[in-house]
Design a protein around this ligand. Structure first.
Ligand SMILES: NC(=O)c1ccc[n+]([C@@H]2O[C@H](COP(=O)([O-])OP(=O)(O)OC[C@H]3O[C@@H](n4cnc5c(N)ncnc54)[C@H](O)[C@@H]3O)[C@@H](O)[C@H]2O)c1
Length: 340
């Protein structure tokens, strides 16, 4: 079977590591070309892969017979580059955020449909060790009963001063982190979002984009999800799940399941606290990264391109995420609850 002729568009921080790494290791792929406007980035790629360098992706699309373009440029560039590659008959893997808003996402989906090529959204947290473990606990084992509230938080006290701090480049932490931390609780609970209340704030970063966001999402099944990327020197738990029969907390790699089934008091004038006997407390460590294993994801990309198995992230589900992220922003801008 011939190797999948691949090009990376944008050989920057993420393109040269998260994507070049598995492409280099997986024999199903052959890195034929790299396109970057930065000459130093092109040189590094050529030295590592012996691939052909381009500074203009239009020329690359004309000259290279490609099976797959991997788009890892600035977030504001993803939609146009994706549509141009699809229109030239090339399958596309596009990093997160795949689009700056839902309108761009719809445009990419329409272009993929008319080209007959595959559009593969990169949402690695769907392969995350936390999501996988929580799915087993919550969905398969029903360890804490019906989950009615999930809080998902990321804290960092670092600053940056690159394009990610500027709105005109599709920057801001909602687009940067939302595909990891807004998406995963929705995937866990498996129910669509019906309404959103959001808040965005710029605190310590330069530029004009938010570095803090919060959202309260109501799901069709009635569950609430609170998401937050916040600037703090001390960490809050990454996950805090509340169910009708207990609580799960994920703090770093540490998972604590506290199952509790309160007995109903025989006497209706009495009241029973949520601490029935015997409570079950389970503590364990997560194995693997919450952002997935990029080598595993690339195996699944190869299988999808060869028609052996569908790629697990559908464009329709990535569009749903774009709609929720848009709703958090609209809610904050217009100071209202937004129906999704
Ligand atoms: N965990 C993840 O999935 C993850 C992690 C980091 C970044 N990302 C995403 O990857 C994307 C890139 O982020 P980054 O941190 O690597 O940025 P970066 O600035 O390090 O890399 C972007 C690269 O694109 C190149 N570029 C700019 N314009 C171009 C053009 N017209 N043609 C070709 N190349 C061009 C730049 O020279 C640069 O090398 C962002 O959308 C970001 O959200 C995803």
């Amino acid at each position: 079977m011939s190797a999948i002729r691949t090009a990376i568009l944008g050989y920057g921080r993420s393109g040269s590591t998260l994507h070049a790494g598995p492409i280099e290791k997986n024999k199903a792929f052959h890195l034929a070309a790299v396109c970057d406007v930065d000459a130093a980035a092109r040189q590094k790629a050529v030295a590592r892969f012996g691939c052909r360098p381009y500074d203009d992706y239009h020329r690359m699309l004309k000259e290279e017979p490609l099976d797959l373009a991997v788009i890892v440029t600035r977030s504001d560039q993803h939609c146009q580059m994706t549509c141009d590659c699809l229109a030239q008959g090339v399958n596309v893997l596009v990093t997160k955020p795949w689009a700056v808003n839902a309108d761009e996402a719809r445009r990419m989906i329409r272009t993929a449909e008319s080209s007959g090529k595959l559009l593969l959204p990169w949402l690695p947290a769907r392969w995350g060790s936390d999501l996988r473990r929580l799915r087993r606990l919550v969905v398969e084992e029903q360890a804490i009963g019906a989950v009615f509230l999930v809080r998902r938080v990321e804290c960092s006290f670092s600053t940056r001063r690159d394009w990610q701090t500027e709105r005109r480049y599709g920057g801001g932490y909602l687009r940067n982190w939302g595909p990891h931390i807004v998406d995963t609780p929705i995937q866990l609970l498996g129910s669509p979002v019906t309404s959103v209340y959001g808040r965005l704030k710029q605190t310590i970063n330069p530029g004009d984009a938010e570095d803090l966001f919060m959202g309260i999402l109501t799901l069709a099944n009635g569950a609430l999800v609170q998401v937050e990327h916040t600037i703090a020197t001390e960490s809050l738990p990454a996950w805090f799940l509340q169910g009708t029969r207990g609580t799960i907390v994920v703090n770093g790699a540490q998972v604590k399941v506290h199952a509790s089934t309160p007995a109903r008091p025989a006497d209706p004038t009495q009241y029973s606290a949520m601490k029935a006997v015997p409570d079950k407390i389970l503590e364990e460590k997560l194995a693997g990264s919450p952002y997935g294993d990029e080598h595993q994801i690339y195996k699944e990309i190869a299988a999808a391109l060869r028609g052996e198995a569908p790629y697990p992230v559908t464009p329709a589900s990535a569009l749903e995420l774009s709609r929720v992220l848009d709703a958090i922003r609209t809610s904050s801008d217009e100071n209202r609850v937004v129906a999704v």
